[in-house]
Ligand binder design. Structure first.
Ligand code: PMP
Length: 407
């Protein structure tokens, strides 16, 4: 099998050469946002230097150039997740906005007593929009339990999926635990009884091959910035037959067919959900990110990431009092942990002094933290461009902190 040439890859990410607090940067906060390779930065730069104009206005050559590039990016995204048509690919600001578009749209179809099923490991982005829908419609929020290992409880799922369930909204991969959920199987069960399925793929797309037709979900959301692309853009995939029934999210230009003061008719898909001038350069940047990522080879990326995770798992026991949240046998390279006697935010600050960037806190998953009886965790999240030496550096620093401050 192909292996990643890690030195060459790291050279593609200029920021990895930065110095932080006098130390070489060790960037282990990839689940929050990934760094950007030169081809992404250059694609956006090139677009602004040569082709920028507003899209879909058709009045002049630059406008056509921008539109072609923008729609080409949409096709790249379609192929990336194997959607059936570009009509099913809607540009959003990110995962959060994508889920809000779906929740807002489905609200028009829900009534009191209907149930929306989420899981105990959701990011706030896949909880709060549904709570707002419940407020508006009288629907009820139900929750699939999480086991001590950080996996979804199958028994609980069977119990919570009732004949009143209308929507199943769940993460493909947990941003705290790294758990890869059995989405295909759960979607099949839900769809068998007519439930609409919404998958939060924010943490899945950077690690797994996602095929929305294989998953057979109705909606799938992800953000560009976690996938080597720019901030400010994300994707909502929606099954065409359901998108057709969904009311628009925002009103304005681009999303209409005809406007009079008496009545406005909506534009065809996907533009109906894209009011206003879109994030054009960002779409082009995301296309470059997908091309870069695909060029590395899936298996090589996964092998590199799993090697990092394995090394980290092996080193956990070398730090006295260190415990890991989320011990599923197959997970993405995310390590959430606590160290007895040390507050997670102090771990973050002390590591930062060593140039090591991790994230601490509740990771926008307060219900999950509460489930584990914690107020927060420290989270190291790896990407294929991290090295085994960086994992070792993290653990050397943790061992030292533990000895100095908790020992
Ligand atoms: N869901 C999950 C699982 C996430 O990890 C994140 C990002 N932390 C989001 C949703 C929200 O993504 P964004 O902030 O890009 O909209």
């Amino acid at each position: 099998a192909r292996r990643l040439d890690i030195d060459r890859i790291r050279a593609d990410f200029p920021i990895l050469g930065e110095t932080v607090n006098g130390k070489p940067l060790v960037y282990l906060d990839n689940a929050a946002s990934a760094q950007k390779p030169v081809p992404v930065i250059e694609a956006m730069d090139h677009y602004y230097r040569t082709s920028h104009s507003n899209v879909h206005r058709g009045a002049h050559t630059l406008g056509d150039r921008a539109t072609v590039a923008f729609e080409s990016a949409r096709e790249t995204v379609r192929a990336f997740i194997n959607a059936a048509s570009t009509r099913e690919i809607i540009w959003t600001r990110g995962t959060t906005e994508a889920i809000n578009i779906v929740a807002n749209g489905l609200a028009s179809m829900l009534k009191p007593g209907d149930q929306i099923l989420v899981t105990h490991m959701e990011h706030h982005a896949n909880i709060v929009p549904w709570q707002m829908v419940c407020e508006r419609t009288g629907a009820e929020l139900r929750v699939v339990a999480v086991t001590d290992e950080g996996e979804l409880d199958r028994q609980s799922f069977s119990e919570q999926l009732t004949d009143r369930t209308r929507v199943l909204a769940m993460a493909h991969v947990s941003n705290v635990l790294g758990t890869i959920n059995p989405v295909r199987e759960m979607v099949a069960k839900a769809r068998a009884q007519g439930v609409i399925t919404v998958i939060d793929g924010a943490q899945a797309v950077p690690h797994l091959k996602v095929d929305v037709r294989k998953l057979d979900c109705d909606f799938y959301a992800f953000s560009s910035h976690k996938l080597l692309g720019p901030t400010g853009i994300g994707v909502l995939y929606g099954r065409e037959s359901i998108l057709e029934q969904l009311p628009p999210f925002q009103g304005g230009g681009e999303m209409i067919e005809r406007v009079t003061f008496e009545k406005t008719t909506w534009a065809a898909l996907p533009h109906r959900f894209e009011a206003g001038t879109p994030a054009i350069a960002e779409a082009i940047g995301l296309e470059a990110a997908i091309q870069y990522f695909d060029g590395l080879g899936r298996e090589a990326v996964e092998a590199a990431e799993q090697a990092l995770l394995q090394r980290a798992n092996e080193l956990v026991e070398t730090v006295p009092g260190m415990t890991v949240m989320g011990t599923a046998p197959h997970k993405v390279p995310v390590l959430s942990f606590q160290i007895q006697g040390l507050h997670s935010s102090d771990i973050g600050t002390l590591l930062d002094q060593q140039g090591i960037a991790i994230r601490t806190g509740n990771h926008c998953a307060m219900p999950l933290m509460e489930r584990f009886g914690e107020s927060g965790s420290a989270r190291a999240s790896f990407a294929f461009y991290n090295t085994l030496e960086e994992v070792d550096q993290l653990f050397r620093a943790l061992t030292k902190l533990q000895r100095l401050f908790a020992g």
